[in-house]
Design a protein around this ligand. Sequence first.
Ligand code: FES
Length: 574
Amino acid sequence: MARKSPEQLRSHRWFGESDMRGFGHHSRIAQMGYSRADYQGKPVIAIVNTWSDINQCHAHFRQRADEVRRGVLQAGGFPLEMPALALAEVFQKPTTMMYRNLLAMETEELLRSYPVDGCVLMGGCDKTTPAMLMGALSMNLPAIFMPAGPMLAGHWRDQILGSGSDVWKYWAEKRAGNLTDEQWRGIEEGIARSPGTCMTMGTASTMTSAAEAMGFTLPGASSIPAADSRHGRMAAETGRRIVDMVWEDVKPRDIATAGAIDNAITTILALGGSTNSVVHMVAVARRAGIPLTIDRFDELSRRTPLVANLRPAGRYLMEDFFYAGGLRALLAGIADLLALSERTVNGRTLGENIAGAEVFNGDVILPRERALVAKDSLAVLRGNLAPNGAVIKPAAAEPHLLRHTGPAVVFADYNDMAARIDDPALPATKDSVIVLQNAGPLGAPGMPEWGQLPIPKKLLAEGVRDMVRISDARMSGTSYGACVLHVAPESFVGGPLAFVRDGDLIELDVPARRLELKVSEDELARRRAAWTKPAPRFARGFGAMYQQHITQADQGCDFDFLEGTAPTPDPEIH
Ligand code: FES
């Protein structure tokens, strides 16, 4: 393999000259205590770190950045840590999704505007993974992803607790009057015990696993718990590897081919991964110039078994998954469904990276013949209620609801829902279809994870634990239920969801992939004509840019001007 010469390094444009222009760069690096021997002729590696005091899942990233730095130095590179927007799920409002593209832009422009030859992307908390991959794909400099790793399993009394999933479960019990305040606080204190991302198969582990299957991490990296000493060693190894990737000029778009994207989607389906990944993978693929549509998820789901027995679809947590062999072992079991010759960041193929991986616990990583579901773990629906598509995770729903027709109970927005959902007079039965409008990319704004709409309290008391629920929102990957999500176009822009009224019959037929509003075309046309477009949410700032350029869920919710691979010139060095 041809290797770059030091003069071919991008950073050479900053540091290769001793003229007036170079003076500023050399003298200011010297200001930080570095001499020329520290950096000259060496690849400059940006350690793009999404650590922040507010990001609980990345609390270990200061130490990990040092471990990455150690690896870079050992391999003869020059590491520079560059902080980037933290996107802390739970704390950031209205939703981290609103800021995913901002981190993508920041990642891309950090790499472009500074003397960087390659980068380590440190992320993991939900949106950080797709955001950083999107930015790195657009910049297309050698990049390797270092996943934050899942946190340790939660505990309360003799119960094992899973992030998110058990919150919803116990909250329903609390609302039904089955838990005391003290018990609720015990759950609160026991559910998140260490640094690291949610340890159910939520969006974080879905996307870090997808990044690994796509070829962007060292083999096995995404399954290692954040608190495990192997995680620190993986960080140092990641630092060592990126230096060689620069010399070998292995770039993100060499990795993210159509075959690699299919590998990522197949992996997500085999894991029972988060529905959020549908939006993220479309955006990631399009940054690589691959015209992925949501229908590819449906196509691949028809042949992919769900073999990871992980919550919310299954029983175990990411720590168990790691001890059972982790992602490599899972992928080895479905190798016939993968494009094994796809190249990965370590210079080997996916097939080489998973060869010989063993399953050590067949109840966590199931054999194909005992798959949780044989196929269709995720489905894309269409119909007059979702002309551009909607998504459901049938594996997380009560089976009897997958073919269901019922009358709508409609909420105009989140506040309306919060005010009325527990009203004893709400005209809802277990057969009703709960509808939430104005919860999409523009309407909410930011397409929050509201999609697991609450079951009305009076029905909870009757023992109802699942109902058909429909919205243009997303749903946390840790959630479950017969929730139809990502309805496109969204109601805020005049999608048909905006025209649903109380009592309208809605038909959900997952086997037929259908979502129909049983209202005549004439009546729908009348309602459309009477509809007024809501006022824009923002008059200035990032929100104004967001609302002008955000695409709909089926298009990946990227900014329209960031999609594709049209070249952006490198800056002039003056
Ligand atoms: Fe960070 Fe769930 S809150 S991954």
